[in-house]
Each structure stands twice: as C-alpha cells, then as structure tokens.
Ligand binder design. Structure first.
Ligand SMILES: [Fe+2]
Length: 183
C-alpha cells in the first residue's frame, strides 16, 4: 500500500474534514516518533493515517470502531502488526497493547486533540506560534479539552519518552504539516 492509496481510502470513507485532519496529524506524529525511536517510519505513519478510517462507517459505535478499521487496513495491505495497533487503540475492546506500535498509536491519538485545542484558543488560531510549554500547561488543566485523555497521553512513558519530550515532538510534527491541517 502506498501512502497515496491509504490517503485516498481515508478520504473515500471519511467525509468529515476535521476527522481526516486528525488522521493526518496522527500520521505526522507517528512518523516523528518512529524516527525518534528508530522504528519503521512508513509502517508507523500509515498506521496513524488509517487508524480512524472506520469512524463514520461505524457511526462512532465504540463496540465496532477499530474492529472494522483493522479489517479495512488489512484489505488495503496493512501488516498484521498495523492492524493490531489499529484494533487495540480503541480501549473499549480491552485488548492489551503489546508492541511499541500499539503503544505509540494509543498515546499519540489523544495528543493530537490536545494540541489542536491548544491552538484553537490562541488569538491567531495558528500552530506556528504555539509553544510546547503552553501545551504542557494545558495538559495540567483537567477541564481543558477533557476528551484528550491525559492518562492515555502519559503512556508515552511506556516508550521511554518523558511527557515534555513527547509533547515537543508532537507539536513540532504537527507544525510541520500546519498547512494541511489548516492551522
Ligand atoms: Fe484517533
């Protein structure tokens, strides 16, 4: 599967532009994280790009979300490791995170939401001027972007990254595709 094929498939299955942008942001951070950890960038990036491909098809039903996504990813040619990461990123299934790829997708997913929320409260609503220390501050405000699960983000520690470094890496990765994100 090429990146273009994956993106085309995402766009064919997802109408909501913000959801597509969420997957692009997840891809960007997964790529950066793979680079940081010396992992397979292509595999990690594509996993991030595809991970919520079934969100609209499942109507957001958490009992089927990510099961269908894993199947769709397999049909597109994803490896079993990629499909497993997609399957277990939805905690509703209670499937343990096993590999580094599983753990990475799990903690990157909510980080994108926190960074987007921290961007949207800025007067210019732009990623460019956002600093990691502001995101860290927002992280500590429990009521801010409460949907971005802090405990889940904190699991970057399972990959040997401190929260501060993880936030910096994620922010930089998203700033790198700011134009695609429209932020
Ligand atoms: Fe997601």
């Amino acid at each position: 599967m090429t990146r273009k094929e994956a993106l085309n498939s995402v766009k064919a299955n997802v109408e909501n532009e913000n959801l597509v942008k969420h997957m692009l942001a997840t891809e960007a951070i997964m790529l950066a994280l793979a680079g940081r950890l010396g992992e397979d960038e292509e595999e990690w990036g594509l996993t991030g790009l595809l991970h919520d491909i079934d969100m609209e098809l499942t109507g957001g039903d958490m009992s089927t979300h990510s099961k269908l996504g894993a199947d769709l990813a397999r049909e597109l040619g994803a490896s079993e490791a990629m499909a497993h990461a997609i399957l277990c990123h939805n905690p509703a299934h209670g499937i343990p995170l096993e590999t580094k790829l599983d753990k990475a997708l799990f903690c990157v997913d909510p980080l994108t939401g926190l960074i987007i929320a921290a961007t949207l409260v800025r007067p210019d609503k732009k990623l460019a001027g956002l600093e990691a220390k502001s995101v860290k501050k927002r992280f500590k405000e429990k009521s801010f972007a409460a949907g971005a699960d802090r405990q889940q983000i904190s699991q970057c520690s399972e990959l040997g990254l401190e929260l501060g470094e993880f936030i910096e890496l994620g922010l930089k990765a998203m700033q790198g595709i700011a134009a695609d994100l429209g932020l």
